[in-house]
Design a protein around this ligand. Structure first.
Ligand SMILES: [Zn+2]
Length: 350
């Protein structure tokens, strides 16, 4: 796992300031809950905190990089770090029992064991209930750091036993230069990608690797074609997009969130065009003439409702992971907001 110190983490000054203050006061809680969308530095920050806590000579909350513990970090062999991730779709009760067993031993380094639980909202109910006991009385010398997108996705009894630290999406002004440096893509592309990814560096990198910028036009054409097809065809389209169509055996879960992100940027841009906002605030500004044309087919309330539907679809997908149902509902919903602007001409024949 790459190690990045606090000073190199971008866009999370507030959260990091809060953590450093707790360290300086010697008031670290036994459990933190880091919340925010994926890919904005929650795990990276948790790792930096773990290093700083264990550093023998931390300076202003930063690990010194030279003591025994920091050298172990740099070499990737610090003994008192445990990172738990979903095993398949879920974090299972055996994994929680594993944490309990581990925490029963004193930290090998003699300082502090840090257990990071990524995607904590993906605990099974059984695991979450077992974990509540872990949270109740963790042995001294252990800090638990839970990461989750939204506190609402966790049991309230878990949330109330942790100190909550919110992480924010990274502003495009910080994310774009970072992406540019990391990938050597030009500034225009980096800026477009940062905004499509809604401030998630992790998502932006994934999208870059998957060639989302190249697929963007296709995603938008697919969306706009909904208007001209029947409900049954829309359902078929949903299955095709999720890879569940007959004859296809490959699931395409990984493509869906980028697709939804692109659609959201499209609707946001349509709202800007419809409201005669400044063209420079458009995300897909390079598709200005297409936007202008498409905007004529919508009323503002239809655009707003469509955006809300996509947001809901994303949440449903994260929570239930029932991709087919989510996509069917979403496409039928979006289709319902197309083609009836009251301007005539575009109405379907019933
Ligand atoms: Zn150190």
């Amino acid at each position: 796992m790459d190690f990045i110190p606090f000073s190199k983490i971008i866009g999370q000054d507030k959260a990091i300031g809060f953590l450093k203050q707790a360290m300086a006061l010697g008031k670290l809680p036994h459990a933190y809950l880091f919340t925010g969308i994926p890919g904005i530095g929650k795990t990276t920050t948790a790792l930096a905190l773990a290093q700083a806590i264990n550093c023998a000579e931390a300076k202003e909350g930063e690990g010194c990089g030279e003591c025994v513990s920091c050298r172990q970090w740099a070499g990737g062999n610090f003994p008192d770090l445990q990172v738990i991730e979903p095993d398949g779709q879920f974090i299972k009760i055996e994994q929680v029992r594993g944490i309990d067993r581990e925490m029963g031993f004193k930290p090998l380094s003699g300082r502090c064991r840090v257990v990071i639980i990524r995607s904590a909202e993906r605990m099974t109910m059984e695991a979450a209930n077992a974990f509540l006991k872990t949270l109740e009385e963790p042995p001294p010398g252990n800090i638990l750091i839970l990461n989750a997108s939204e506190p609402l996705d966790l049991l309230p009894t878990i949330v109330s036993r942790c100190q909550n630290v919110g992480f924010r999406p990274i502003p495009a002004s910080l994310a774009a230069p970072w992406l540019e440096e990391k990938t050597q893509m030009g500034r225009d592309k980096a800026s477009l990608l940062a905004r499509i990814a809604e401030g998630s560096l992790g998502k932006a990198l994934e999208m870059w690797e998957e060639g989302i910028l190249e697929k963007r036009a296709e995603y938008i054409t697919t969306l706009m074609s909904l208007k001209a097809i029947s409900e049954i065809e829309a359902v078929e389209m949903a299955l095709r997009l999720t890879g569940k169509e007959k004859g296809q055996d490959q699931e395409k879960d990984g493509d869906i969130l980028p697709l939804l992100n692109v659609w959201k940027t499209w609707y946001r841009d349509l709202l800007v065009v419809k409201g005669e906002g400044p063209p420079e605030s458009l995300i897909n500004g390079d598709l200005y003439s297409e936007l202008k044309k498409a905007a004529q087919g919508f009323r503002i309330d239809q655009l707003v409702s469509s955006l809300l539907l996509i947001d809901q679809g994303e949440r449903d997908f994260r929570r239930s992971r029932n991709l087919d149902l989510m996509m069917e509902n979403l496409l039928l919903g979006l289709r319902g907001f197309m083609g009836e602007t009251g301007g005539g001409g575009d109405r379907e024949n019933h």
